[in-house]
Design a protein around this ligand. Structure first.
Ligand SMILES: [Zn+2]
Length: 320
């Protein structure tokens, strides 16, 4: 049993500015919590830099060109607005690039792609990629919600193109709707996407009637939903539907902001619930796709809650 953990210090070097909630301490705390777990079946990997071509799997060349040209020499550049705004200090709670952000983006994608290579070829059982910046809000040609490129979408396309996998399932339990992932695949039935998220909440999409080509399942959860009710929706809607789908690889957009202590969501999940979610997903992957499962970090803004929840996920993945 080998569970890979992809990480690189460049992922901490991405700095969206003082006071920004998507801060490097998120990853630092997660790495510390994962290193404190029993390690026999965890294999740490240094995430390699992806080639720019990999980003073209889901993004337009014009957008990728814009992103890398926007990486500032110093200070910060906001790339989410219609106009790129650069400044020396606080760039606001948006998608922001600093001089090291280009490398962080390429490490995130590079780790995810190597995870696909090793899990799909059976060299490892499953993987957890400490991707930062996160990815699930990134559109084909637009940055959104702290996300520059869509790591999970690129991984899905890469698994199809490089390894010939026919159908990929993506489950997103971040408290925010995976709107970028949905937009990229909504006309493509070779990818099946489930998102459970809070509504109303930014980005205010992900209603039940958004079904794509029949390959999208959105499960909106009202604010302040009791934990038991959230888990019932997970079991009776998400897992029940996934059981009826066929797929060759299960990718997970693992955000920890539905945790009761998270400042952005208003949900009530406990740390141990993330172990339950991963247990269900792992069992599903074993029944459906030879156990091939790769989790990618998305959001989660309470440092302590995200770290303990990530450790709960890793504990399940690595059978501890
Ligand atoms: Zn989120």
């Amino acid at each position: 049993m080998t569970t890979l953990c992809f990480y690189h210090p460049d992922n901490e070097a991405h700095d969206p500015g003082k006071g920004h909630s998507e801060r490097a301490a998120r990853i630092t705390a997660i790495v510390k919590a994962l290193r404190a777990l029993p390690q026999p079946s965890i294999a740490w990997r240094e995430s390699p830099l992806a080639d720019h071509e990999a980003l073209f799997l889901t993004h337009t060349p014009a957008y990728i060109d814009f992103v890398f040209k926007s990486v500032p020499q110093s200070g910060y550049c906001t790339i989410e607005l219609d106009e790129t705004v650069c400044c020396d200090d606080d760039a606001g709670e948006l998608t922001v690039l600093c001089p090291r952000s280009g490398d962080a983006v390429l490490r995130s994608v590079g780790g995810a792609l190597q995870a696909v290579d090793e899990v799909v070829t059976g060299k490892a059982d499953n993987a957890f990629c400490l991707t930062r910046p996160p990815g699930h809000h990134a559109m084909q040609g637009k940055a959104m919600g702290f996300c520059v490129v869509n790591n999970v979408a690129i991984a899905a396309r890469y698994a199809q193109k490089a390894h010939g996998l026919k159908r990929i399932a993506i489950v997103d339990f971040d408290v925010h709707h995976g709107n970028g992932t949905q937009a990229i695949f909504e006309k493509d039935t070779s990818v099946f996407f489930i998102s459970l998220h809070q509504l109303p909440l930014w980005p205010e999409s992900g209603y039940e009637d958004e079904v794509g080509a029949g390959n999208i399942l959105n499960i909106p959860i009202p604010p302040n939903t009791p934990r038991e009710a959230w888990l019932t929706q997970w079991r009776e809607k998400a897992m029940a539907r996934l059981e009826r789908e066929d797929f060759d690889l299960l990718l997970v957009s693992a955000g920890f902001d539905a945790h009761k202590d998270d400042p952005k969501g208003s949900q009530n999940l406990e740390t141990e619930d993330y172990a339950t979610l991963m247990c269900d997903l792992k069992g599903m992957a074993e029944r459906k796709c030879q156990g091939r499962l790769i989790a990618l970090l998305e959001g989660g803004y309470n440092i302590e809650a995200s770290a303990t929840s990530a450790a709960a996920v890793m504990g399940v993945l690595s059978d501890q």
